[in-house]
Design a protein around this ligand. Sequence first.
Ligand SMILES: [Zn+2]
Length: 419
Amino acid sequence: MRKGHNLLAVGDYNQAVILDLIRRAHLGLSRVEIAVETGLSAQTVSNVARRLLDAGLVREAGKLIAGPGKPRTLLQLEATSRYAVGVHLDPTVVTFVLLDLAGAIVSDHRIPTPSAADPDVVIAVMAEEIRALLERESVPPERVLGVGIAAPGPLDSTRGILLDPPLLEGWMEVPLRDALADATGFPVVLEKDVTAAAVAELWVDSGTHRDNFAFLYYGTGLGIGLVVNHDVLRGASDNAGDMGHLMVQADGPLCSCGRRGCVGDLVVPHRLVQRATAAGVLGRSAPLDGSVDGPVEHIDFDATDRRFSDFARAAADGDAAAVAILEEAATHLARALVSIVNLLDVDHVVCGGPFWRRIAPVMRERVERLVAEDPALIPSHPIVVENSTIGEDVAAVGAGCLVLDQTLSPRPSALLIAG
Ligand SMILES: [Zn+2]
């Protein structure tokens, strides 16, 4: 079996601090600047810089002429020296990204989730897709730091196991982390999908410097990733972010939990497609399994995906029934978001996930307005509702960023690496 190259083994705290600093300075930094910024001695900086140069993680690039005296050599991140693979397992679609050391997306692609009932098949397909991806991009395995995988919760992060994700039938107690490590030969990090998405938004900050935000994850299921004071909230068992059973409609349809009007049940793609079918938005297509008012027993993921696209297109074209369905969904979502905003005092809600982009043109502005107008809203500052700039790749990018974090981030991390 091939072994992954685990850079952590040779890393140390100072090295991570310096590498992180160099990563953030796009034009590079001189050793003197690094010493000033970090408070480390010139000798320590010089030693670490030598190690980073030897490992090929940074390069010397140009000189900085700062006043009289010798020009200073700049150190820049060697972005193509190492890579991370990010994978996002959604019940409908599996997304793969290849990130360079700077976190830039080198390559991305998606496949329909293969026969989701059989985890072994899905894991084998994922390993083969990763192998083909690296071959296509001519990345040798020794340059790959690891694989990050984002998956639906709940999960046991200590053991790297998916416990019983509600929408992945047959995925009881699946040791996803170790199985994927065995299948690929790389170290693997496992993270809940909504948390991975929040990590990606923190990493790829587009200059907005959001420190307190909720990431509304709109995939086959609904969830929320939370960032408070620039830290991702994971909770006692790394399963934070389940908002699905927040009640937003007292007389709503029966949820699988036995109560009525749970937001996750009301607004997920499958439910919107059911309602659109019943309202005649999708022509004379046969209804999907289950009724609009009963608990969801089984989802045909392929059909839902296709019909959701048709439904979203109808809404974008102004079909009154389709728009009405989305308006109702926006009301439910906004009500749940107000509870979250009140609880955590976040000032941004970033929306994304595999199904969001298709309805974003109708939803984003409505949700923002409904949150602002809600009499239950407590914080007096504006709540900005925005679309993720990373788009449908967001959870996969976050999973890859977690691998890079192991190398670059000086923060002590509770993440687990197997392999
Ligand atoms: Zn419920």
